[in-house]
Design a protein around this ligand. Structure first.
Ligand code: ADP
Length: 159
């Protein structure tokens, strides 16, 4: 069984993430989308909120599980019996960071491989930080995030 981990902040999950996930789900037997708890980035949503919104967003994809983890991604992958990490690439600006990260992971653990996937062009520019910026300035994020995220943030805005 080929298991892959799709790790990230997912703060919040976007249609870009979802597109990567759908492609990954066609390639691998099982994908575990895992929210990293120790991200240096300042959180917008709590880990529990992110996990809950991911679960709602992926409920129609059969071979996807949702989790969160502490510590090194490679250790988490080993614990889950996965040998592949999925990461997404948008622009050249992602490339440098992602290459470094994948090489660091491979230096730490040679049996864990990183696979890079890309999205459909229409989702390519979407990032969680752009969405946060639009949302916090009262812009319309409905086109960029799964319905569950949109509805949750709409309610949060009203309360
Ligand atoms: P991280 O904080 O680990 O970068 P993110 O949640 O921002 O976590 O992203 C997780 C992964 O998804 C990263 O590999 C990122 O490049 C990728 N990703 C995010 N948005 C997109 C998108 N629109 N298209 C392709 N890949 C994406």
């Amino acid at each position: 069984m080929k298991i892959a981990i799709y790790p990230g902040s997912f703060d919040p999950i976007t249609k870009g993430h979802l597109d990567i996930l759908k492609t990954g789900a066609e390639i691998f037997d099982k994908i575990i989308i895992a929210v990293a708890k120790n991200s240096e980035k300042k959180g917008f949503l709590t880990i529990d909120e992110r996990v809950k919104l991911i679960k709602e967003s992926v409920k129609d994809i059969e071979n996807v599980e949702v989790d969160s983890f502490d510590g090194l991604t490679i250790e988490y992958a080993k614990k889950m019996g996965a040998k592949v990490l999925i990461r997404g690439l948008r622009a050249v600006s992602d490339f440098e960071y992602e290459l470094q990260l994948s090489q660091a992971n491979s230096a730490l653990s040679s049996e864990i491989k990183t696979v890079f996937l890309t999205t459909k062009p229409k989702y390519n520019f979407i990032s969680s930080s752009t969405i946060k910026e639009i949302y916090l300035n009262n812009g319309d994020i409905s086109k960029f995030v799964p319905d569950a995220v949109f509805e949750y943030l709409e309610k949060r805005n009203l309360s």
